[in-house]
Design a binder for this molecule. Structure first.
Ligand code: GLN
Length: 238
């Protein structure tokens, strides 16, 4: 039986608006297909050296919680970068998406350096961007819920994950939502994101299986409920 290890980065601090559901979704989609799931909560990113998860998931959090984990993340920057460069599959939502960028610009005099796994930077905004989001991606229509004050600008080494149809996305200006580099994905979508976007969830699984030298042909699942949930969420007002 093929075992897939799912690492969950800072589950205590970085886990809001149903982000834990991303883990539950992956577990369900793997176990239903006969894979074994090894769930590893990771409170110290240094543990990634031994755990080497097939899929690493991180969520969002308050600014104060981002401050709590930032030091540990930066301390382990090279380790995380190396894993990202060798093709590890990662999905970082909102607060950790921002922390995976180069820096967080709080004001002209206050810049927080982050880990730069993703070529992007985030600037604190005056207002919060809150509401339901719909974005078109290579993996179908993505729906979710955003709540962030940070405005994220992508550099040339990353591609946008999706094109915003409704909502603000990265910065409410560019029409872009999220970022992709190698097998590392970042997004502002909570909700949880993967539960309502089964095709994208399967993309993460396929990439992880490919890395393990396994077939990435996935048995289809009945996604009727997931697709209804996505349709309803997409119709909700901002
Ligand atoms: N604190 C960050 C911001 O407001 C991230 C928020 C979140 O993760 N939902 O931009």
């Amino acid at each position: 039986m093929v075992k897939v290890t799912i690492g969950h980065l800072y589950p205590k601090q970085m886990n809001v608006y149903g982000d834990m559901g991303n883990i539950i979704t992956l577990r369900y989609r793997l176990e239903t297909r006969g894979f074994t799931v090894d769930y590893q909560p990771i409170d110290d990113a240094g543990d990634l050296k031994l755990i080497k998860p097939d899929i690493l998931i991180g969520g969002g959090g308050q600014d104060s919680n981002q401050d709590v984990v930032q030091g540990n993340l930066v301390k382990n920057k090279t380790l995380i970068k190396n894993q990202a460069e060798s093709g590890a599959v990662m999905l970082m939502i909102c607060g950790l998406y921002q922390l995976f960028g180069h820096r967080f610009i709080v004001s002209d005099h206050h810049i927080i350096e982050n880990i730069g796994v993703l070529d992007l930077e985030t600037k604190a905004g005056e207002t919060r961007l809150i509401g339901n989001v719909v974005a078109d991606s290579r993996w179908g229509r993505l729906v979710g819920f955003e709540n962030h004050s940070g405005r994220t600008t992508l550099g040339s080494d990353v591609k946008a994950l999706g094109k915003v149809i409704k909502g603000a996305g990265n910065d409410s200006q560019s029409g872009e939502e999220g970022a992709v580099y190698n097998n590392v994905f970042g997004s502002y979508l909570h909700g949880p994101m993967l539960a309502k976007n089964p095709e994208f969830a399967d993309e993460l699984i396929k990439r992880a299986l490919k890395n393990k030298g396994e077939s990435d042909q996935l048995e289809p699942l009945d996604d009727e409920i997931e697709n209804i949930a996505a349709k309803i969420a997409a119709k909700r007002p901002r």
